[in-house]
Design a protein around this ligand. Structure first.
Ligand SMILES: NC(=O)c1ccc[n+]([C@@H]2O[C@H](COP(=O)([O-])OP(=O)(O)OC[C@H]3O[C@@H](n4cnc5c(N)ncnc54)[C@H](OP(=O)(O)O)[C@@H]3O)[C@@H](O)[C@H]2O)c1
Length: 185
């Protein structure tokens, strides 16, 4: 997500197998303190007094800039697709309007930034007939969500696939839950 040469290699691999893409799902993301984030001690690094520039850049690189650059990389194949769709995994924690807790500084801000990047992209790529949406998958039982999460990941994934199948052009640029309900920006 964050290395240009890795993105280019991924594109070459896919382009060798197909001449078009109908769906791109930007799923990868990191939450500080969780497996794969490279940022330890969740509680401490997410609080005022402990916030660090490098952590912020790492989270923004993967969660905000990553989906934008992945989509840019795959644009030629998406342009050649049939009713192409881009689905980017956001979070309710990225909603400015719903934000009420003093926690998850970098994660929340990175998802809000991703929403803006992908809404901007939606406005431009919409001219090529590409429909791009941001989806809050709910609190899922994954490495990130943990075992106490409310929702099996498969239920959320099925919901996201269902709404992706039924997308219309007028939904381009929208922010919705895995069940297709609008989320406040
Ligand atoms: N789980 C939740 O409750 C929840 C709630 C709201 C939103 N979300 C969002 O939903 C999406 C999926 O989350 P999840 O719960 O499935 O998270 P997860 O269990 O932590 O899995 C994240 C995935 O992202 C990949 N990844 C991380 N950094 C990457 C990078 N720089 N390049 C490429 N791949 C990278 C990881 O790959 P490796 O395994 O190889 O590291 C892993 O497969 C994320 O965008 C997350 O923010 C999740």
């Amino acid at each position: 997500m964050t290395r240009a040469e890795s993105l280019a290699a991924a594109y070459e691999q896919v382009a060798a197998a197909t001449d078009h893409l109908d769906i791109l799902i930007n799923n990868a993301g990191i939450l500080p303190g969780h497996p794969g984030s490279g940022i330890e001690d969740t509680q401490e690094t997410q609080k005022l007094g402990q916030l660090r520039y490098d952590d912020a850049m790492q989270v923004f690189g993967t969660n905000a800039v990553g989906p934008l650059l992945v989509t840019q990389q795959f644009l030629p194949l998406l342009k050649a697709g049939h009713k192409s769709r881009v689905v980017s995994l956001s979070s309710g924690l990225g909603s400015l309007e719903l934000k009420a807790s003093g926690s998850h500084y970098h994660y929340s801000a990175s998802k809000a930034a991703m929403n803006m990047y992908m809404r901007t992209l939606a406005a431009e790529a919409g001219h090529y007939g590409i429909i791009s949406i941001m989806v809050d998958p709910g609190w899922m039982r994954t490495d990130m969500g943990g075992t106490g999460a409310a929702l099996p990941a498969a239920d959320s994934a099925r919901g996201i696939i269902r709404l992706t199948d039924q997308l219309h052009a007028e939904e381009n640029g929208s922010f919705v839950t895995w069940q297709g309900k609008p989320v406040a920006w």
